[in-house]
Design a protein around this ligand. Structure first.
Ligand code: MG
Length: 286
């Protein structure tokens, strides 16, 4: 990825959302010792109004932003059937507005000099002749080609497909600027496979990484999602995850992601995650 030369190997950063005051957001993260991350644009945020305040705050803070992540109006992560019905480009009723939104996020990212964009594309059907599969593949190509005009990469969030299927999809999309934002917790939350094995399969396609933790869904509830946990408290195994990242040659940053119920709890959990990552890195980077 571009613009990452000033960062250390596996430098800790955060995934955070636009919507709060940009200067306050950077100040809170800087207080935890962070200076890089991914900026998320919620589906309802006014993108045009966000550009200037964020551009100025980025300049003042010196923060390195490497991905603009989009979520979409109408998405709901309540359980697996709801995710299938509402997330990404799978539900046909949302496709046109979400493609337009994604291209707009790409344009905003360009104005903020952010070198990559990312999103959940939704639950890609396993059957490659399924009309929804074909639609999502074509949309991913369209977004990739638009992003390429800005020199941007496009990261697909992991978790909703098995690693094998996601790799097949990437090969089928066939765009050199498309890769993975690897989220080890999502693989567990969606029950799609062991994240460490998945990283072995997807390793060369990983553009960025979420440091997130979680526990598997209950075995007797096939529609349920697992439960997100504070980093170090779930089933990922942060040390083996970081060791595997090194093994597959990943040198980029680690964006702590935490969707806690409120902001204070979220910041507290991010602070804990910073300490967990520092500890593990002290062991494995020496
Ligand atoms: Mg994630």
């Amino acid at each position: 990825m571009r613009n990452l030369t000033p960062l250390a190997n596996l430098e800790t950063g955060a995934m955070f959302w636009a919507g709060r005051d940009p200067d306050d957001t950077f100040a809170e993260l800087a207080a935890l010792g962070l200076r890089c991350g991914q900026l998320g644009f919620p589906g309802d945020l006014d993108l045009d109004a966000a550009v200037e305040p964020w551009r100025e705050a980025i300049r003042r803070s010196g923060f390195v932003l490497y991905t603009a992540i989009a979520s979409f109006h109408g998405e709901d992560y309540a359980d697996i059937p709801t995710v299938k019905d509402t997330v990404g480009f799978i539900p046909p009723r949302f496709r046109a507005e979400r493609v337009a939104r994604m291209l707009a996020v790409s344009d905003v990212a360009a104005k903020l000099a952010i070198p990559g964009i990312g999103m959940h594309v939704g639950m890609v059907p396993a059957d490659t002749t399924d009309p929804d599969y074909i639609a999502v593949r074509e949309i991913t190509r369209q977004i990739a080609d638009h992003a390429a005009t800005h020199g941007q990469t496009v990261s697909l969030e992991t978790g909703q497909e098995t690693a094998e299927h996601l790799l097949e999809f990437l090969i089928d999309v066939n765009r050199s600027n498309v890769g993975i934002n690897f989220d080890p917790a999502n693989m567990i939350l969606y029950g799609t496979g062991d994240p460490i094995e998945a990283l072995g399969i997807l390793g060369s396609r990983v553009l960025s990484v979420h440091a997130k933790d979680g526990d598997w869904p209950p075995a007797d509830q096939p529609d349920a999602l697992g439960t997100e946990r504070t980093l170090g408290k779930g089933s990922v195994g942060i040390e083996r995850f970081l060791r595997k990242l090194l093994q597959v040659g990943y040198k980029g940053p680690l964006a702590i992601e935490r969707e806690a119920p409120n902001h204070a709890e979220r910041m507290q959990d991010i602070a804990t995650a910073v300490r967990v990552l520092d500890e593990v890195k002290r062991v494995i980077l020496n």
